[in-house]
Design a protein around this ligand. Sequence first.
Ligand SMILES: NC(=O)c1ccc[n+]([C@@H]2O[C@H](COP(=O)([O-])OP(=O)(O)OC[C@H]3O[C@@H](n4cnc5c(N)ncnc54)[C@H](OP(=O)(O)O)[C@@H]3O)[C@@H](O)[C@H]2O)c1
Length: 276
Amino acid sequence: MKKIAFIGGGVMGTALSTSACRGIDPSEVIVTDIVKEKAQKLAEDLGCVYVETNEEAVTGAEYLLFAVKPQFLKGVLDGVKPAFEACRDRGEKKVIISIAAGVEVQTYYDVLGLSREELSVIRILPNTACLIGKGFTIIEQRDTYTKEQEDEFKYILRESGGFESLPPNMFTAGCILTSTSPCIIAMFANSLADGAVYNGLLRPQARKLALEGINCAIQLFLSGDKHLEQYKDEVCSPGGPAMYAVKELEDRGFRSSVINAVKVAYERFDTIGKIK
Ligand SMILES: NC(=O)c1ccc[n+]([C@@H]2O[C@H](COP(=O)([O-])OP(=O)(O)OC[C@H]3O[C@@H](n4cnc5c(N)ncnc54)[C@H](OP(=O)(O)O)[C@@H]3O)[C@@H](O)[C@H]2O)c1
């Protein structure tokens, strides 16, 4: 029995299987995808094991990570239900790692028709930076898995970056920050670069300096626990350019735009995973 299988080799399946192959022996890692060539290429790149079907993946590993879009998840789970039942009948307990946005742990028990004694489910939300080991994964605190299973899963994926465990009532709020940040920061960084291009900088330098500026600021912010507004105040000298920039952003509703973006993303998160 292999340690972990990834069902779906898209953005997250690639990022997380890459992390797993850095953390444990790639011979312990299985990948599969509906597009055979995609999973074969991934397995070849990582030196891990390719299997052709989702059933083989379920049968072949202890930890199972379904990296398919939430709207396809029910179909995928329906397809592997007999494989889960056969494993259950052999006394093998599987651990599902759920990364599907908005999908509750109960969904896996309902669709697969298994009890908590027969199946463990760890619900997490990783982000795309896992690919380079700089990701951050939120884990939902539940009684559907043991401490040993959580520790082992974190060990397998330790090369993906950091972890934070949150109670169910805070899980979504935490997930929204880590999963939408890459998108919001990418838009923000490109807007900074656009401003610099407007001011006469060439695009490659504008991109580089916008990202370096953000990176330096983040490193500084993470180095202590000062209130974030203090950093703003320290940069805003009286009548200086930064204060002019702050006034412009405030006039155009910068803060409320960001707050509302986080709010609507939160509201959407819980509805997309509703499986019919
Ligand atoms: N992207 C993110 O930033 C992010 C962050 C956190 C969590 N997630 C969660 O991660 C999950 C995967 O998202 P993603 O962005 O990685 O999606 P993705 O890039 O579309 O990858 C999904 C992969 O699964 C394949 N697939 C579809 N149906 C399948 C089936 N029946 N059997 C096996 N493989 C199948 C897809 O093939 P085709 O391309 O041919 O359809 C695709 O390669 C989602 O549930 C999402 O909520 C994503």
